[in-house]
Write a protein that binds this ligand. Structure first.
Ligand code: NAG
Ligand code: NAG
Ligand code: NAG
Length: 432
């Protein structure tokens, strides 16, 4: 049962707190909202920019545009893909480059706080972690997008938790591998053993849900005073900047980069974040930090990890040295575990951090231009052929065009015949 409607009337919100579809429409882009129902009854709102600015490009013929699905990170929402405006935010850049842009919203955030039987006052509503977001929310959203657009597969771009949930989906519901042409991982958060974010202070309590629930709220993650007190024990690591940032959980967890963050953006960012999640979701990350493993919530040492060998979507990963959450060592660990790697892109600015992937002043030049290069190189037809030969061909193209391209240990200008042979036998699925 899927309900779709055009966003026509928007609620009147505070000046900086315009809802996502209203922000998009104000800039002259076509803007839609769609509600999808998950198998377990959550009602999620997807946002869509089906065409370019001033409705240029095929409007009725949106089917001609390749689909890109964007999934936000922890405490974030679809609004974060548009906050810095046209020419700067990834969603607009993609829309202006000819893509049909869809943005998901995970259960519990600003745009997805509804359920067929539960209310947000019910504890049961908040009984989820990123496992359920990956297992239920992403498949429901992707099914809806493919159904509306009539396409067979889409490009997936995830930031932060949007990459965690991507791997949950692909490992627990392998049939979704065929519905994703290629994945772009911005600041991937799968392994967290080397995480340097203050969220690591929660790791010792990762198995003591009662304690964390006491600190952050038993249901929704609402850390105002409790979190301040907790982090005050360790000193807010942002103290050198504004107190307001130390009061906002997204900056406390992700850090702050005063060079890349445009301070004029602060009111807009503060009005859209944190966008809401469950305490269980944050606890699940604390468990990943504690164990260094990628496992379901509450897993014992015997519980197997999510099976990454089931993932066959070709992926490109973008990471930055100063990212407290997505540490380069953890990205490398992920990279070693998955097959069909298109490449890793190391952002060529040492101070670039986790949130700069959304709002960095130079994000377009440092990241998004390479993202466009990755997508543009992949014709839909060819990518259905997931052979090593095809992948290798694309890697060569990326090495020539991507300025920050670093592919694993393979030195430029690319794998030798020997490497290729070795990789083909050890890592890559063979042609059917
Ligand atoms: C939360 O959900 C799990 C299954 O996902 C269930 O085992 C557990 O009893 C639920 N807890 C509450 C408090 O509803
Ligand atoms: C900073 O944000 C303001 C307000 O959105 C905008 O007008 C300005 O162009 C931005 N500056 C940079 C360097 O992005
Ligand atoms: C996949 O690509 C390889 C190498 O280009 C080619 O030999 C093979 O025939 C292709 N397979 C399919 C099913 O198109």
């Amino acid at each position: 049962m899927l309900v779709a409607y055009r966003a026509v009337v928007m609620l009147c919100l505070a000046p900086h707190g315009r809802a996502q579809p209203q922000l998009v429409a104000l800039h002259g882009y076509p803007s839609e909202s769609h509600v999808v129902r998950t198998e377990d009854g959550y009602l999620l709102t997807l946002h869509r920019i089906p065409g370019g600015r001033d409705h240029r490009g095929p409007s009725g013929g949106a089917a001609a545009r390749p689909v890109v699905f964007l999934q936000h990170g922890l405490l974030a929402s679809s609004a974060d893909w548009v906050l810095t405006g046209p020419g700067k935010s990834l969603a607009y850049i993609l829309a202006d480059s000819g893509y049909d842009v869809w943005m998901g919203n995970a259960r519990g955030n600003t745009y997805s706080r509804a359920h067929v039987t539960l209310s947000t006052k019910d504890s049961a509503f908040w009984n989820f972690s990123w496992h359920e977001i990956g297992y239920y929310d992403l498949p429901a959203a992707i099914d809806h997008v493919l159904q509306v657009t009539g396409q067979k597969s889409l490009f997936y771009i995830g930031h932060s938790m949007g990459t965690t949930t991507f791997y949950v989906m692909l490992s627990t519901r392998p049939e979704y591998n065929d519905r994703v042409m290629a994945g772009v991982l911005l600041a991937p958060v799968v392994y967290l053993g080397s995480c340097r974010s203050p969220i690591r202070y929660l790791a010792p309590y990762a198995d003591d849900y009662q304690y964390l629930a006491h600190l952050f709220g038993a249901d929704e993650f609402l850390p105002q005073n409790a979190a301040l007190q907790f982090f005050a024990k360790y000193g807010c690591e942002l103290a050198m900047f504004e107190l307001k940032l130390c009061e906002n959980s997204i900056f406390v967890i992700c850090g702050f980069d005063k060079d890349q963050f445009n301070s004029s953006m602060l009111p807009a960012v503060l009005s859209h974040t944190p966008a809401g999640t469950s305490t269980k979701t944050v606890t699940h990350f604390a468990q990943s930090i504690l164990t260094g493993k990628f496992k379901p919530f509450g897993a014992s040492s015997e519980t197997p990890e999510y099976d990454l060998s089931k993932v066959t979507v070709p992926t490109a990963a973008f990471y930055a040295d100063n990212d407290l959450l997505s540490d380069p060592r953890d990205v490398q660990q992920l990279f070693q575990k998955v097959s069909m790697k298109l490449g890793k892109f190391r952002v060529a600015l040492p101070s670039f951090n986790h949130l700069d992937f959304l709002w960095g002043k130079n994000a377009k030049k440092l990241v998004f231009d390479d993202v466009l290069a990755v997508l543009a190189r992949f014709g839909a037809e060819t990518m259905r052929n997931r052979s090593f030969a095809v992948l290798n061909y694309y890697r060569t193209l990326l090495q020539q065009s991507g300025r920050n391209y670093v592919y694993g240990h393979v030195p430029f200008p690319g794998p030798t015949a020997e490497d290729a042979e070795q990789e083909e036998s050890s890592e890559f699925p063979t042609d059917p």
